[in-house]
Write a protein that binds this ligand. Structure first.
Ligand code: COA
Length: 384
């Protein structure tokens, strides 16, 4: 069954103090449905990726909340929560519902409003995605990824400057993205001088706290598809332990490797075939691990590859994080997975404007991770 994207839009990402979650959702949905050129009555179900609506916004019952707000009620509406992979998991479930023959055309919304709360509250709410055993120690997500960074640095003998190269690449890409939270390039020295958050991670190694919304309209209805479009050819999910201390490795994510292996098999492609990818760089170390888990770099070699420009626009063959990634574009946790899919859609359609990083790209991939790797989704897209 062919499932295609027919509408895709995000809001600006950043500290959007003037916009409520309702407004962000409406903005993303109305742009996506206009682009799809279909009547909203064609939408048979709504899938919402959201993590913190309850903990930060005191709003649960999220499926119905947005179905009402977007004028879609009484269609079935569902909230999918999988920490920072909520968007990817919402897309996965939307695709499966179409494959199961329940619906033909559905909307998938990713939404998060984080900046209205104070930093301590946000850090503690995010840690709800961690393991209960580790949370009790007071560790935060920057702390968990810092442990992974220390293990990786010791195992593969890379430096803090090597880690910083990821931020340099992604801030460079983000400087072309008019919707990104941070549009400024940075140097290795800027990263090194930025404040220490959790050793060895510094401010510029971290994704920020962000507001944003993103919406996709996907369909299996041939009558709604145009001749030129993008199909979703694989949608896979993997899981692992929530606790880091229960894992055999700190330097790769079993959940992501598993999802990637199955997605490549389903799509009938390999890492070498991917023209463009959005990967989950919540911290600079996360991108190095992602590049290896996805097979874009050999194990232990990702930092060297990033430094050589293997994934940089204008230099590399497979461009990684043309949006600026979570680092520069921002990371509104429930929206990120949908934004990644939208970025790949635009790159494949050739509609990414200033951030267009690949010409004539045919195959793209989106990799979305929840927690410190307890869940991961991999989607593969093909231009038709
Ligand atoms: N990258 C670049 N600049 C950042 C930034 C980031 N990640 N986070 C904040 N800033 C900037 C702000 O824009 C602000 O700039 P200004 O002074 O020019 O206005 C300045 O740094 C201070 O911002 P503030 O909000 O006070 O920072 P903070 O110290 O409270 O928060 C972090 C910084 C890194 C702790 C926070 O961004 C964070 O927790 N990030 C990780 C989020 C996370 O864990 N997500 C889930 C991933 S699994």
């Amino acid at each position: 069954m062919k499932i295609s994207i027919i509408g895709a839009a995000t809001t600006k990402f950043g500290e959007l103090w003037n916009s409520s979650p309702r407004e962000l959702a409406k903005e993303a949905f109305s742009s996506a449905i206009t682009q799809a050129n279909v009547d909203a009555k064609k939408i048979e179900a709504l899938y919402v990726g959201n993590m913190l609506g309850g903990l930060l916004g005191h709003q649960e019952n999220i499926g119905s909340f947005y179905a009402e707000e977007l004028g879609l009620a009484p269609v079935p509406a569902f909230r999918l929560e999988a920490a920072c992979a909520s968007g990817g998991v919402a897309l996965h479930n939307a695709i499966n519902s179409i494959k199961a023959g329940l619906y033909k055309t559905v909307a998938v919304l990713g939404i998060e409003k984080m900046t209205d709360a104070g930093g301590d509250l946000v850090a503690s709410a995010l840690m709800a995605a961690g393991s209960d055993e580790e949370r009790g120690s007071g560790i935060t997500f920057p702390g968990l990824y810092a442990l992974m960074a220390q293990a990786y640095m010791a195992q593969y003998k890379i430096s803090e400057q090597d880690l910083a190269e990821v931020a340099v690449k992604n801030h460079y890409h983000g400087s072309f993205n008019h919707k990104a939270q941070f549009r400024f390039p940075v140097t290795v020295s800027d990263v090194m001088k930025s404040s220490r958050i959790a050793d060895p991670l510094k401010l510029l190694d971290c994704s920020p706290v962000t507001d944003g919304g993103a919406c996709l309209i996907i369909t299996s209805d041939g009558a709604l598809m145009s001749k030129k479009g993008v199909s979703i050819v694989a949608s896979e999910v993997g899981t692992d332990t929530l606790a880091l201390h229960k894992r055999s490795s700190f330097t790769s994510l079993r959940a992501a490797k598993e999802a990637a292996k199955r997605a490549y098999a389903k799509a009938g492609v390999s890492a070498e075939d991917i023209d463009v990818a959005e990967v989950h760089d919540c911290f600079s170390i996360a991108e190095l691990i992602a590049l290896e888990d996805l097979g874009f770099s050999e194990v232990g070699k990702a930092a060297g590859d990033v430094k050589k420009g293997k994934f940089t626009r204008g230099k590399g063959r497979t461009i990684v994080n043309p949006s600026g990634g979570l680092k520069a574009c921002g990371h509104p946790v429930g929206a990120t997975g949908i934004k990644q899919a939208i970025e790949i859609y635009e790159q494949l359609m050739g509609t990414a404007r200033d951030k267009q990083s690949v010409k004539n790209a045919k195959i793209g991939l989106a990799h979305n991770v929840g927690g410190s790797g307890a869940i991961a989704t991999v989607h593969i897209f093909r231009r038709i």
